[in-house]
Each structure stands twice: as C-alpha cells, then as structure tokens.
Write a protein of this length. Sequence first.
Length: 176
Amino acid sequence: MIKIEYQGKEIPYKLQRSKIKNLYIYIKNGEVIIKAPLKLANEKIQEFVNKKSKWIYNSLNKSCEKVKKEKEEKIEKEDIERLTKIVEENIYKYSKILNVMPKKVRIKELKYAWGSCSSNKNISINLKLAIKEEKAVEYVVLHEMCHLIHMNHSKSFWNLVEKNMPKYKEYKKLLA
C-alpha cells in the first residue's frame, strides 16, 4: 500500500494506472493524483512519492488556498446586477465627458485583466469586479473608455485618466 506522508501527516491521493511510460503527480482542485504506468511496482511509486512529499504538501496547500479563495469570491446574481448598473451608469457618464462611445460593452470572465478595449472599440469588463467596491469599478470603466481615445498606456492616456479621476491611483489599489 502506497502512503504519502509529510511531517507526520498522511495525505490522501488517487492512484491512476494507465498505458504511460513515466510517473506523474498532479495537484488539481485540492486533490493529489498520481498517474503511474500499468506495470510499475508499488515500491518504485512509493520511492518517488517519498522524494516528492514536501513538494506535494506545499502544492496541495497552495491548491486548497486557491479553491477556498475562489469559493469565498463566488459571485451572486445580485452582485452581477449591481455591477451591470455601475458599468452602464459610468459608460454613460464618461461617454458624455470624453465624447466617445464604445460599440459594445460586455461583462464577462476575463482571465488576465479587469477590463479590455479592442481596436474595434468594444469594451469588456471582468465579471470578478462584481465583488469589488464601486469606485474600483468606475476606475476600470474610465480606464477602458480612455482607451477609446488612446489605444496605449502613454503619458497622454494617463493624463486623461487623471484629469477625469484625480484619485485614480487610490481606486486602482482597491483592485489588489
């Protein structure tokens, strides 16, 4: 029987055997998965697991923290409705001030940014903003609206952001 232990703590795992050549350890959604070749002896698997026990333990903790954080950040329907309202109000507000209007505005899951503005003048706002403070959302909307004028992060772009939201750096910190 294979055991994964680290600092006296036993770590649960799933062992999957298949037609592969190498032994692999994955940490996914807070679960340890060991993939092993069909005919590899349990002693060899145990030896490999013993060498990797510290890595398994640390990676499992990171994975569990990530899963916990994602559950805490679960977005409710009311949060989405609130976000939609804030985005619409600020698109309207800044379109009047900046004299520009996006072709489309979408609220959707974005992996690497709080917002984006395409060269086609479409703005996307990250759904995860639904759990952020209103001023942080307003900052992201203004930021993307300014990209309708400056499609870069030049000094002119940042001057435009600051002109319309002098405390933008303070609100940007709310996104951390």
